[in-house]
Structure formats: structure tokens, C-alpha cells
Design a protein around this ligand. Structure first.
Ligand code: ARG
Length: 588
């Protein structure tokens, strides 16, 4: 793999050796290198060092500078302020470095893998069987998909787990109803659309509910069904499977609309851990992690108390013997740690479930399933709000169906595309409209840090100005059009050329792609990548304003070099957007 050392890493190395040469005890000290407005980079680390060594910071800085070899990489370094270093990079190094990234034919732009990749199991996109998907499921899917891709890009082994809600007492009612009204879900595979599948389920759910609420005998039969289901009665399981299959038709249609690849093998719902539940409880009880309290098997926590001041336990087994959400999650942890050999467990789940995960993780830690080397973390996301700042609801006060929302985004985006379209056919408009609309929804979700709530505002999302995916998609398509218009002048790096200020700014930012991706992956923070890409598009715009590429025609080598810079920008946009799960159409 052709990985490229970034300019900042090279500078960092130079500084580190200069520091050690100045003061041997400074070996390993962080020079605190940052991009800066005054020069290309600023190093602030000498201040702390001087404090420790009781030295005058400016004098120490001057001494460090005397050990820095200037040349192609570091063109200039000077002491500023109380003891900062201002560092200017040579144009040759900027272009040369980008040329090395451009030459990487793996499409990774020279981005290296992490030094010590591990195995992460990521739990995301987990809707519930026989229920509509809503905006909460959207967030989990969108954030999870991006984080999984970011991690994979850094070389991590990623196992995806879609922990769908496919088990529990509510199925007794559904199964019993189907039992008494057979053929209601009969059809050949592939015969119904996702939309039809969902409306079938919805109809059944409502009918079953009606019976359940009004007919005591049905209620009793439904309750018995739950017992049959948990005992694995074949006929009951077959009926249950019908619900799961029908739901999957619907889920897959939504994931497809979201332009997201979800694999059936990765869907391991709550039912998948049924065989482990009894053992999980036995292990917890035998080790004393869980205790019997009023017949239920409970785990207590010092700091988890109810309004009355009493501790509120995590219930792993109810007093009637039934297992719930917690027992399933604890069993899933065992599976992920001991069978899938994960060292990191990540859960992309609504912040409203934070207490559940806190208790589940602490229980697993007490049981010895999690420890310093094997950790679990909830990547908690906030609520999607309506324009009024309240949780997103329809006018009638119902939760908004995800499909409706996506369709509306696609409609709005298609209108934007149509308005701008010059030479696009109807089919192309529809296709681009989908890519722009879905991209807009994903980008809006990913560009605020996950733990924050955000307002679902379609007008803002598909706006061409501002921090939106459309803006980035247009920047990408614009570069493609420039490359087409350039005719037989092809992109080519010319490291010997002096660069314009705007070219340098663009070049240095392009170089920072590697560290941005590494940071976004390490911190599970796709919003750091969106911020980077947005700035990239802005820097490209000012570069393109100030540095003519085609007209008025610059000298050939300059034109080639500018096309080259444009193409590296396009490739970086493309790669970055792909890591967010967003398409970059060639024409818009
Ligand atoms: N199905 C749940 C819901 O819709 C989310 C599942 C989260 N994952 C987990 N391992 N508990 O709220």
C-alpha cells in the first residue's frame, strides 16, 4: 500500500528531533503543532517545556530553531510571541506530497492504516419488527454506517450487528391473531413492496391489538403464545418467522432508499440470543453480580436511584421467569466478546437509552466480560426536532414515518436539481434528485455532533449555500466539468512551480485529509469529516476564483498543476463523501 507521510507528520518529526537535540530530556515531548493563520503551522509546545526546565521560553525556542534544518520541507521557521514557532512549508513539498497522494492507485490518497487496528462490533440500524421506522432509526443507521466505514478505512476489522427488536411479549398477540386468521401474510417472496409489507403488518397489528384489548379469552391465548414462542414450539416459531420476513421486506426497502448496504447475515436480532439467556442469568447469579429480589434477578448500582431514593435495579429476569431487553443485551455482549472476539463494542443508540447501557456495561464489567482491554461504549445520539424545536411529529402529533420524510427530501432535491439542470434528462434528474436528497438528509444528520439534538429542516438541508451536502456535491461536479473542459490539457504535478497563496491553502488542507479521517474514526465523530469537507469546498472555491485554470489560459505547466490540484480536491471530496455514505454525481 502506497501510504504517504503527511506534511504535518514530517514537520512534527523534524521538531521532535530538534527538541531532543536541544534538551535530551525533551525526547517524546509534544511540540503541539497546529495549522495557523500567521504561518502554515505553529508549534506551541516549547512553552510547557520551558516551564518544566525553568528556562526562558524565547531563548529555548531560539535554540530549538538553530537545530532545525530548513530545506524543501521547512522553508522558514521563526520564533514569535512568548516562544511559539511559526513554520512555513516549501511549495515544492506541498505539491510533491500531493503528487504522492495522487499516485496512490488504491483510492486511499495515501492515507495509512492505524498502527494497531482491532476488532469493533458496531450495533446500529436496529428497527423493530412489525413497526414503522422513524427518525430515531434514521439516525442510528446513518451515523452507524458512516462510523463503520470510517473504522474500516483505518484498517479496523468491523463486524456489523443489527440488533432488531424481533422478540418479546408483543409477538404473542400477533402470532395468535395470525393463527386464527391464517393466510393473512401469505404471498410469494418478492411479490410485495416494502410499502405493502409495512401496511400488511400495520393492519395485522391493529387488528390483533383490538382483539387483545376487547377479548379476555384472546388475551389469555395470546399470553400462552408467548410461552410457546420462548419454548421454541415449531408452529409458533413458523408464524413468528412470517412477521420477521415481512418486516425485513420493509426494512430492506427503506435501507435501499437510504442507499445503504445492510446484509442479512448481519441482522442478528434479540431472538438470536434466546439460547444464551438462561446461561447468562445463571452466570450472573452464581458470581453474585445479580441477586434475587422479590423473585426477580436484579443488579444494583450505588448511583442509580429512583425519585424515592431507593436504588433502581437492572432486571435481568422478571419474577415470572421472563427475560427482557437487558438479559438480551448482556448475552449479546458475551457473544460479541467471546465468539466474535471484539475488543471494542460500539452501540449507536438514542441517548434516551443511556441509563440502560450504563447499567448493562457495568454489569458486564462486574461479570468480567468487559475489562480494560475489551470495552463498550454507547455512541448516543440526540433527538430529531421539528422546526419548532420540539421532537419531530406530524401535524396530528404522530411520529413521522421515515419513508415519508425521505420521499419529501427527494422531491425537494429534485426540484433544486431541475432548476439548475441544463443538459440533464428526466431520468437523470430523478436519479440525481435521489442522490442529492438522501445525501442532504445524511449530511444534516452527520454534520452536528451525534450527541446533540438537531432540527430537521428540509429547506436548509437542500440549500446550495452553506454547510450542506448539495454544496459539496456541486463542488465535486464542478471540478469534473472543469476537467472535461480542459480538453487535452491533463492534470499534472509540477513541484518546481511557485504556488499562489490560495493554492498553498488548498494544498495544505488536502494534506490534512489523513489526519482528519484518523481523528473522526478514533473519536467516532463523522462531523469532523463533514467540517473538513466543507472547508475543502470553500478553499477550492477561493482557489478557483483567484487562480484561472482554463480561462484566461495560464502557461501550460501552471494549467496542468492547477488541474492536478483540482483533481486531488475532487478525489478527496469523493472519498470523504463516500465515508459518509453520500454519493458524488459526476454531473449536476
Ligand atoms: N430496537 C431498539 C429500538 O428501536 C434499538 C436496539 C439498540 N441496540 C441494542 N443492542 N439494544 O429502540
Amino acid at each position: 500500500m502506497a501510504s504517504v507521510t503527511s506534511l504535518s507528520d514530517s514537520v512534527q518529526q523534524h521538531l521532535a528531533s530538534a527538541l531532543t537535540a536541544t534538551r535530551p530530556e525533551a525526547a517524546g515531548a509534544d511540540p503541539l503543532l497546529r495549522r495557523s493563520d500567521r504561518a502554515d503551522y505553529q508549534a506551541n509546545g516549547i512553552l510547557a517545556l520551558a516551564k518544566k526546565a525553568k528556562a526562558n521560553p524565547r531563548e529555548l525556542a531560539t535554540e530549538v530553531v538553530s537545530h532545525i534544518v530548513t530545506g524543501d520541507l521547512i522553508k522558514d521557521v521563526e520564533v514569535s510571541g512568548p516562544g511559539f514557532l511559526n513554520i512555513t512549508i516549501g511549495d515544492r513539498a506541498i505539491t510533491g506530497n500531493l503528487a504522492a497522494r495522487y499516485a496512490d492507485d488504491t483510492g486511499r490518497l495515501g492515507v495509512p492504516h492505524a498502527e494497531h487496528p482491532g476488532t469493533t462490533v458496531i450495533d446500529y440500524a436496529q428497527p423493530n419488527v412489525a413497526k414503522e421506522m422513524h427518525v430515531g432509526h434514521l439516525r442510528s443507521a446513518v451515523i452507524g454506517d458512516s462510523v463503520a466505514q470510517l473504522l474500516e478505512f483505518t484498517g479496523e476489522s468491523v463486524v456489523r450487528r443489527h440488533h432488531i427488536g424481533d422478540w418479546g411479549t408483543q409477538f404473542g398477540m400477533l402470532i395468535q391473531y395470525l393463527e386464527e386468521h391464517p393466510h393473512e401474510l401469505d404471498h410469494e417472496a418478492g411479490e410485495v413492496s416494502g410499502e405493502e409489507a409495512m401496511s400488511n403488518l400495520d393492519r395485522l397489528y391493529k387488528a390483533a391489538r383490538r382483539h387483545f384489548d376487547s377479548d379476555e379469552e384472546f388475551k389469555t391465548r395470546a399470553r400462552r403464545r408467548v410461552v410457546d414462542l420462548q419454548a421454541g414450539d415449531p408452529k409458533t416459531l413458523a408464524a413468528w418467522q412470517k412477521f420477521v420476513d415481512e418486516s425485513k421486506i420493509y426494512f430492506f426497502s427503506v435501507f435501499e432508499k437510504l442507499d445503504m448496504e445492510i446484509r442479512d447475515a448481519d441482522i442478528v436480532g434479540e431472538s438470536g440470543y434466546n439460547d444464551m439467556l438462561a446461561e447468562t442469568c445463571r452466570m450472573l447469579e452464581e458470581s453474585g453480580v445479580a441477586v434475587r429480589s422479590e423473585g426477580a434477578l436484579c443488579v444494583f448500582f450505588e448511583d442509580v436511584k429512583g425519585p424515592d431514593g431507593n436504588q433502581v435495579p437492572l432486571i435481568v429476569q422478571k419474577s415470572d421467569g421472563g427475560y427482557g431487553y437487558a438479559a438480551t443485551d448482556l448475552s449479546a455482549i458475551r457473544d460479541r466478546v467471546f465468539n466474535l472476539k471484539a475488543d471494542t463494542l460500539l452501540y449507536v443508540v438514542d441517548a434516551r437509552q443511556s441509563l440502560h447501557f450504563k447499567m448493562v456495561f457495568e454489569t458486564a464489567r462486574r461479570a468480567g466480560w468487559l475489562n480494560e482491554d475489551v470495552t463498550a461504549q454507547q455512541l448516543a445520539f440526540g433527538t430529531v426536532l421539528g422546526k419548532d424545536g420540539k421532537p419531530f411529529k406530524t401535524r396530528a402529533g404522530e411520529t413521522v414515518r421515515l419513508v415519508d420524510l425521505l420521499d419529501e427530501a427527494i422531491d425537494r432535491a429534485s426540484a433544486v436539481v431541475r432548476e439548475k439542470a441544463q443538459d440533464l434528462s428526466e431520468q437523470e434528474i430523478a436519479e440525481r434528485g435521489t442522490q442529492v436528497g438522501i445525501g442532504a438528509v445524511k449530511y444534516a444528520d452527520l454534520s452536528t455532533s451525534a450527541n446533540r439534538d438537531y432540527k430537521f429542516d428540509l429547506d436548509q438541508m437542500v440549500s446550495l449555500n452553506g454547510d450542506t451536502s448539495v454544496y459539496l456535491q456541486y463542488a465535486y461536479a464542478r471540478i469534473q466539468s472543469i476537467l472535461r473542459k480542459a480538453g487535452d490539457v491533463r492534470p499534472g504535478a509540477h513541484p518546481e512551480l511557485e504556488l499562489h497563496e490560495a493554492e498553498r491553502a488548498l494544498g495544505l488542507h488536502l494534506d490534512a485529509f489523513a489526519e482528519t479521517v484518523a481523528e473522526a474514526a478514533r473519536e467516532y465523530a463523522p462531523h469532523k469529516l463533514t467540517a473538513y469537507l466543507y472547508q475543502l469546498a470553500s478553499l477550492f472555491t477561493s482557489f478557483y476564483d483567484k487562480c484561472p485554470v482554463i480561462k484566461p489560459a495560464p502557461p501550460r505547466d501552471v494549467a496542468e498543476n492547477r488541474l492536478f490540484l483540482s483533481d486531488v480536491t475532487a478525489r478527496t471530496l469523493h472519498r470523504g463523501m463516500a465515508l459518509l455514505g453520500i454519493r458524488t454525481p459526476e454531473r449536476l
